[in-house]
Design a protein. Structure first.
Length: 327
C-alpha cells in the first residue's frame, strides 16, 4: 500500500488490519498416519517410552500435556518450546514456562525415534503424540493425532512472556487469546479441562491468596476453606512449592475439574472466569450433569484443532536431530 501524503493514517489502518487477523493461521499438510511409510512404528515407539515414564513418574503427565499447549500458543506447533539458549533467552526460559518439566522425556522419545528412523520424525510431532499418550495414560480417551509438522528454529523468551495467556486472565482475555489462534469458545472451555491433571507452582495463583484487592485479603471468588488450605501449602513469595490443580484427582483425566469450578475451587482466575460467559458456563453445567458425557471426545477434537495452529509443513522448517538445538 503506497501512502505518500497520509503515511500515518495508512500505517494505523495497516496496524488495525494486522490486529484483526488471527496471530497464526491453521496450516495445511498434516494428516493421520503421515509416517506410515517412512517410520511405521513411530507412534508405537512414543507410546512405549511414555508408558515406561508414566509407570515411574506419573506426575509428568500434566507438564508434558501443557508443553504442547505452550508450544502451540507461541509461533504455532513447531517445537520452539524445546530449544535451548546459551544466554537463557529461549521460550523455556520465560517465567510462564518455568513450571514445565519433562524435557528429558521428550529427549528420550527423540533418541528412540532417531535410532529407529533417523531424521524422520519432528520434535513438534513428538510433542503432539506425547500429549495424546499422557491423556490416555491418565484415563482419557485416545484420538487420532495428525502429523507432518516440521520444526522451527526461532525461540524467544520475550514472545512467551508477552503472549502466553496468563492464569490471571479474565474471560475477555481468554476468548480473545484463543480466537487469535483460530480457536473458539468451546475450544477454550474444553481445553481448560486439561487442568484436570497436573500441578501448579504457588506463584501462579498466590495473587488470589494474599492482598488480592490491596487490603491483605484473598480473592472473594475463592472458597474460604479452599483458600485456607492453599495458604497452608503456599506461604507468601513461595516460588518452589507445587500443588494439585484438581485436588485429589490430579493424576486422573476426569471431569472433576468442572465440578470444582462452581464450588469456587478452581485454582486460577482463568478457571473461575469460565463462569462469566454463558457458553462456557453451559458447557461446564452439562459435563457436571451428565458425568462428562461429551468432554472426553470433545477434548480430542479440540486438541487436534489446536495442533493445527501455525504449523510448518512441506519444505518449511526442518526435522531436528536433537530437539533442544537446531541442526
Amino acid at each position: 500500500m503506497a501512502c505518500p501524503k497520509i503515511f500515518l493514517y495508512c500505517l494505523l489502518v495497516q496496524l488495525m488490519f494486522l490486529f484483526l487477523v488471527p496471530e497464526v493461521a491453521h496450516g495445511q499438510g498434516l494428516k493421520v498416519g503421515f509416517y506410515q511409510k517412512t517410520c511405521p512404528n513411530a507412534e508405537a515407539i512414543v507410546k512405549k517410552v511414555i508408558g515406561e515414564v508414566m509407570s515411574v513418574a506419573p506426575g509428568l503427565s500434566g507438564p508434558l500435556l501443557r508443553m504442547h499447549f505452550h508450544d502451540c500458543f507461541i509461533r504455532g506447533c513447531e517445537g520452539s518450546i524445546l530449544l535451548n539458549s546459551p544466554t537463557h533467552q529461549a521460550e523455556k526460559d520465560a517465567a510462564p514456562n518455568q513450571g514445565l518439566r519433562g524435557f528429558q522425556t521428550i529427549d528420550r522419545v527423540k533418541t528412540a525415534l532417531e535410532k529407529a528412523c533417523p531424521g524422520i520424525v519432528s520434535c513438534a510431532d513428538i510433542l503432539a503424540i506425547v500429549a495424546r499418550d499422557v491423556v490416555v495414560a491418565t484415563g482419557g480417551l485416545s484420538y487420532n493425532v495428525e502429523t507432518g509438522r516440521r520444526d522451527g528454529n526461532i525461540s524467544r523468551s520475550s514472545e512467551a512472556l508477552n503472549n502466553l495467556i496468563p492464569p490471571t486472565a479474565n474471560i475477555t482475555t481468554l476468548k480473545t487469546g484463543f480466537a487469535r489462534r483460530g480457536l473458539n469458545v468451546k475450544d477454550l472451555v474444553v481445553l481448560s479441562g486439561g487442568h484436570t491433571i497436573g500441578f501448579s507452582r504457588c506463584s501462579a495463583f498466590s495473587n488470589r491468596l494474599y492482598n488480592f484487592t490491596g487490603k491483605g485479603d484473598p480473592d472473594p471468588k475463592l472458597d474460604s476453606t479452599y483458600a485456607a488450605r492453599l495458604k497452608f501449602q503456599c506461604k507468601p513469595n513461595d516460588v518452589t512449592t507445587h500443588v494439585e490443580m484438581d485436588p485429589g484427582s490430579a493424576r486422573t483425566f476426569d471431569v472433576k475439574y468442572f465440578e470444582l469450578i462452581p464450588k469456587r475451587r478452581g485454582l486460577f482466575t482463568s478457571d473461575v472466569a469460565l463462569l462469566d460467559d454463558s457458553q462456557t458456563k453451559a458447557y461446564i453445567d452439562l459435563q457436571i450433569k451428565t458425568g462428562g458425557s461429551t468432554f472426553f471426545k470433545d477434548f480430542g477434537v479440540s486438541m487436534v484443532k489446536m495442533g493445527q495452529v501455525g504449523v510448518l509443513t512441506g519444505a518449511a522448517g526442518e526435522v531436528r536431530k536433537v530437539c533442544s538445538k537446531v541442526n
